[in-house]
Design a protein around this ligand. Structure first.
Ligand code: G6P
Length: 369
């Protein structure tokens, strides 16, 4: 392969560790700039953003979870409605098109058949405000949208997407900020604060990567399990989904994600000592709610593995192991938490001895239906 593995055992591991660099490359335009310019999404971006009244994100797989995370950001920060659709559903569904909606297609490869077909379908329905967020500049999807943003993750070889996902998130956060400036007069000091957080992201991710030895220890507890549950709330619910997807894809352990508040409506029935429950527990406005969800799991003998922020008061106790994330990171916290979950899936797969970079039955890019 043209891309060398270097000191790493697998492409997936290499790509997980490349994330600080991939993020700083993708966010390069921030290095000199005090203010964000819509032009980073294309020459017509400013005009189009002025006209749009809502956002429709369309994607498959991991890219769709980037979109779901962005929904929380866009509605909270930019104050305009945002919906997310799975491409294979959207393309075959009779939906009501709103020509003032910004259609955002997200794709690492830019070649996924369902995403491309969904874009065609959106255009047939009269959507002209289209934006592609892709990692491959010459790809089919990029050639067909009015606007584009190319993430600079570099070639991603591992079938399970890692650095493409976090760079997609950084691009979506830039989009959120631009929409917030244009649609809801984001105050300049807020913009500056968000841009500082984005600039600091590579360093913050680096610190999460340093947790690898501890995550490796946790991986041992998962390798002999049949099932795992991932819980998150708010903008970390899509991260729970992505964490479950990573584990499924490469370790073949059945994993399911739930928004923690839904536990009592079904999955609690599955919880017993054989069910590890991973909890994404950032120190945010939902932490207290999440703690009572964790209580519900503990009371049934479930084993909790909690990723908590350094400054939150969740501590190790019987049936509950806690890993402290290095920083509390506000709106961008999903970017940090997902890195820990990528490492967890990777190390569980290593213990199980699966083909990490080429998991069975899966393809890197699904170009046929
Ligand atoms: C395949 C890959 C996934 C990826 C998905 C969407 O299923 O294995 O890693 O998330 O396709 O791919 P895209 O290139 O459109 O982001």
């Amino acid at each position: 392969n043209a891309v060398e593995l270097g000191e790493f055992d697998h492409y997936m591991q290499k790509e997980i560790f490349e994330q600080p660099q991939a993020l700083s490359n993708t966010l390069e335009m921030l290095s000199g700039a005090g203010q964000l310019q819509p032009g980073i999404f294309g020459a017509e971006a400013e005009t189009i953003f002025q006209h749009v009244d809502s956002v429709l994100i369309i994607a498959c797989g991991t890219s769709s979870y980037a979109g779901m995370t962005a929904k929380y950001w866009i509605e909270q920060v930019a104050g305009i409605p945002c919906n997310v659709e799975i491409a294979s559903e959207y393309r075959y569904r009779q939906s009501v098109a709103n020509p003032r909606q910004l259609v955002v297609v997200i794709s690492q490869s830019g070649e996924t058949a369902d995403t491309l077909a969904a874009l065609h379908y959106a255009k047939e329905k009269g959507h002209t405000y289209t934006l592609a967020i892709c990692n491959v500049p010459e790809s089919a999807i990029v050639r067909e949208t009015a606007l584009r943003f190319i993430t600079r993750a570099g070639p991603e070889i591992g079938v399970a997407s890692t650095k493409a996902f976090t760079t997609q998130l950084s691009a979506l956060f830039l989009l959120t900020l631009l929409l917030a400036k244009i649609k809801s007069n984001l105050p300049q000091e807020d913009e500056k604060a968000y841009l500082d957080e984005l600039r600091h992201l590579p360093v913050a991710v680096e610190k999460v990567l340093a947790l690898e030895p501890n995550i490796k220890i946790w991986a041992q507890y998962f390798a002999n399990k049949q099932h795992a549950l991932f819980l998150g709330r708010g903008r970390h619910y899509p991260i729970a989904q992505e964490g479950a997807l990573k584990l499924k894809e490469i370790s073949y352990i059945h994993a399911e994600a739930y928004p923690a508040g839904e536990l009592k409506h079904g999955p609690l029935a599955l919880v017993d000592q054989e069910m590890p429950v991973v909890v994404i527990a950032p120190n945010d406005e939902l932490l207290e709610k999440l703690k009572s969800n964790m209580q519900e799991v503990s009371a049934r003998g479930g084993q909790l593995y909690v990723f908590a922020d350094g400054d939150s008061s969740v501590k190790n106790s019987a049936g509950m192991q806690v890993m402290q994330m290095p920083e509390h990171y506000g709106l961008l916290s999903p970017v940090l938490h997902v890195v820990a979950l990528q490492l967890l899936a990777y190390h569980v797969a290593l213990v199980k001895g699966t083909d990490v970079d080429k998991p069975r039955n899966l393809a890197k890019s699904v170009t046929v239906e």
